[in-house]
Ligand binder design. Structure first.
Ligand code: SF4
Length: 745
């Protein structure tokens, strides 16, 4: 470590600090063993020197006085806030004894392994979970897996891989690469991409395309920077994205605007899709979605007539009971226009060099651990027997089934939780009170985190302090390039890396010996399929694109036999084609074709209730300076976004007597929270938007206050149990209802 001269370390950001999924290349400056500043790496093709506020504020996050830097043991009642500092040995010994005891009495499945979306945690947590023998890996309370998984599931069923808008991010030379073609149009569907790096995708990539001539179509109930620059802004009623997509398919098919050659050669089930979309003419969509039929026609024609064009979508697409179906309909737009794996279309995104940090799909688990293990896991995995898509696609627990099982103890009891990078009560869960009540009753809970938060304070028996991205090595293979995060300074206090903690616990808890002695051995084992290792990547400056001809590089891999395991041309689906009629959905007992399903609450489903709660509440508006529930304690970031803010239309605000900056109650049948009003014409008059996961780290952390999470976290107004037929559809996160009233006192 540097002693006095400033040293620069090249690294890759991925959470545990800046949060998020982006993977910005960065320069970490170190002096006297401390990080003094973090800047964007100008040579990294992803971000080209840019860094968002979260990355820039990393030193404030790392050296924050409230950071937990020693293992803690709870000494009072849960939530009392009484902790005792203990040694790592005592922490490890206690956890080992408790978890072995629970396993011998109730089975390994009675312990759930819970993660959020922060940090590069998937690999470390599943590694530990499989060693312990539990099948129950979960994002607790993420109702219906309402984040990316519905989209991933739909794409897997339709064409076998996932695809993203091509802004040249898969090419080292970016826009200068001769293979690249700029999208003529980019549809931004239900996302404000400048407010973060959602799903590893940057808003500045779209802006770079716009500067070069790409035009925009924005589908978003809220006006954004992007919608103000769009050729078409479709301001739909929240939750009606499915019918917009179906109506666009109707126009493209009936007007013959689809790519006939591509459809004939590479698509399966076109006639069935054609028949289905006749049920969704634009006029019907207009009635349901508030969007003029002609505007839908215009968007469909612009997109289909201008090839290549791309679609970039966001989490609201998932957050409805039919989330996987809505995703399927949108997916079909790029399929029938032949905008798949073509330059400037929706390019198939594969992990760089074929490296994965963790096995999340049933297919990869089978490859790694064998079919027997997958079969055994599926027998006990919570929700797998209720939802075939859980079994067949992704190895998660179904969160809506989990909460019921925690409450009833059926078919078997949940006894303990290992919670790593997840603020369940203060950020992740819908209906957090219900989760709080259920989880309080568990026999034993370990939390592995950086700061105390509502969840750790409410639930932890043992708190293990974890270090940030600058204090540990890691690697990132999500899309491309393959990158490494490099340890720039020693761990702060006694904190350790997630991987160090989980390897130690895996050695202690495994039922069969762990073959790795060090974390570096695990990394190099994962990296070897890419013909590289950690040191090689580090020596190259921290990242590397796959070589030419590698099957993880674009384009047109379906023509070259680079997508299927058997090496034949085509897509990785049962028919080898893009399945507009999805055989996998059929096999899982689901409708193989897309359809529209109305949100559970609102003017159509619950008109009487809507009279009482006449505004549509969209939760989860992203802040550019916070990642979910993280960062509220970081001074620079909090200064930029100090309060939980509800955006409300100026005329609507005038009608209910609310002025800009005033505090209001936001209320619905599930509860009431307090927010500060931002009165703005950019909001739709019938829609209010609020950020999720607010808590106030400066207030009392002890129960019942729990850092004011019950007062400000809009998740308290959401519910579980709307997961749709697949189990992969979200709850009412974007299409809730509410009323807003000024707080008089
Ligand atoms: S949070 Fe900011 S700094 Fe971190 S990866 Fe995303 S864009 Fe980059």
């Amino acid at each position: 470590m540097a002693k006095s001269k400033e040293e620069k370390v090249l690294s890759t950001l991925w959470s545990a600090g800046c949060g998020s999924h982006g993977g910005c290349g960065c320069e970490i400056f170190v002096k006297d063993g401390k990080v003094t500043r973090v800047e964007g790496d100008p040579n990294h093709p992803f971000n080209q020197g840019r860094l968002c506020a979260k990355g820039l504020a990393l030193p404030q996050y790392m050296y924050h006085p409230d950071r937990v830097t020693h293992p803690l043991k709870r000494v009072g009642e849960r939530g009392e806030g009484k902790w005792k500092q203990i040694t790592w040995d005592e922490a490890y010994d206690t956890i080992e004894t408790k978890l072995k005891d629970i396993r011998s009495k109730y089975g390994a499945e009675s312990v759930i392994f819970c993660q959020g979306t922060g940090r590069d945690i998937g690999g470390a947590i599943t590694f530990l979970m499989y060693a312990y023998g539990s099948p129950n890996w979960v994002q607790v309370g993420l109702a219906g897996h309402a984040c990316y998984t519905p989209r991933l599931g739909a794409m897997y069923a339709t064409h076998g891989h996932y695809a993203v808008a091509d802004c040249s991010q898969f090419l080292e030379k970016r826009f200068e690469d001769p293979e690249y073609v700029l999208p003529k149009y980019i549809i931004i569907w239900a996302q404000n991409p400048s407010a973060g790096c959602h799903d590893g995708f940057y808003g500045h990539w779209i802006i770079d395309c716009m500067k070069r001539g790409s035009k925009l179509i924005v589908i978003d109930p809220r006006s954004t920077w992007f919608s103000s620059r769009a050729e078409v802004h479709i301001q739909n009623r929240p939750g009606t994205d499915g019918i917009i997509a179906l109506a666009m398919l109707n126009v493209i098919i009936n007007e013959g605007l689809y790519d006939k050659e591509f459809v004939k050669k590479w698509c399966y089930g076109f006639e069935e899709l054609k028949k289905r979309v006749q049920e969704y003419p634009p006029e019907k969509a207009e009635e349901i979605s508030w969007v003029p039929a002609d505007l839908i026609r215009k968007a469909a024609r612009l997109y289909a007539n201008n090839k290549p064009s791309a679609i970039q979508w966001g989490e609201p697409v998932d957050a409805m009971p039919a989330g996987s179906v809505v995703s399927q309909a949108i997916n079909h737009l790029w399929a029938i226009t032949g905008n798949i794996d073509n330059p400037g279309g929706n390019v198939i995104a594969r992990n760089s060099h074929g490296v994965t940090t963790y096995p999340f799909s049933s297919a990869e688990l089978t490859e790694l651990y064998g079919a027997d293990l997958v079969k055994r896991l599926n027998e006990k995995r919570i929700g797998a027997n209720d939802y075939p898509m859980i079994k067949g696609f992704r190895g998660w627990v179904q969160p809506d089934v989990l909460i019921e099982q925690m409450e009833t103890g059926k078919p078997y009891p949940v006894k303990a939780a290992w919670i790593q990078t997840s603020n369940i009560i203060g950020g992740q869960a819908a209906d957090p009170r219900r989760h709080y009540n259920a989880m309080k009753k568990l026999d034993f809970i370990v939390c592995v985190d950086i700061f105390q938060n509502p969840t750790t304070m409410a639930l932890a028996d043992i708190f293990l302090p974890v270090c940030t991205i600058c204090e540990r090595d890691s690697f990132r293979s999500w899309w491309q390039p393959l990158g490494v995060s490099v340890k720039a300074v020693d761990e702060v206090g006694e904190s350790k890396s997630d991987w160090d903690i989980n390897l130690e616990m895996a050695k202690r808890l495994a039922t069969t010996p762990i073959k790795f002695n060090t974390v570096r051995e695990i990394f190099d084992d994962r990296l070897k399929v890419g013909n590289t290792n950690f040191e090689k990547l580090k020596a190259k400056g921290g990242w590397e694109f796959p070589p030419k001809g590698d099957k993880t590089r674009p384009y047109y891999r379906y023509e070259k036999g680079l997508l299927r395991a058997d090496g034949k041309p085509g897509f990785d689906t049962p028919t080898g084609k893009v399945e507009l009629y999805a055989k996998r959905f059929e096999e899982w007992g689901l409708d193989p074709l897309p359809y529209y399903e109305e949100p559970k609450e609102g003017p159509v489903s619950t008109p009487d209730l809507f009279k009482k709660y006449p505004l549509i509440l969209t939760t989860g508006r992203r802040s550019p300076v916070f990642f979910h529930s993280e960062h509220r304690m970081v001074p620079w970031l909090r200064e930029l976004d100090p309060d939980p803010v509800i955006e409300i239309n100026d005329k609507t605000a005038a009608d209910i007597g609310v002025a800009n900056g005033e505090w209001v109650y936001v209320e619905n049948p599930r509860g009431k929270i307090k927010m500060r009003a931002k009165v703005t014409p950019t909001s739709h008059p019938k829609v209010v938007t609020v950020p999720h996961a607010w808590w106030l780290p400066e207030t009392d952390g002890k129960a019942p206050n729990l850092f004011s999470t019950w007062d400000h976290n809009v998740n308290n107004l959401t519910s579980m149990g709307n997961q749709g037929k697949s189990g992969f559809g979200g709850t009412n996160l974007r299409s809730n209802i509410c009323r807003v009233a000024k707080i008089k006192d």
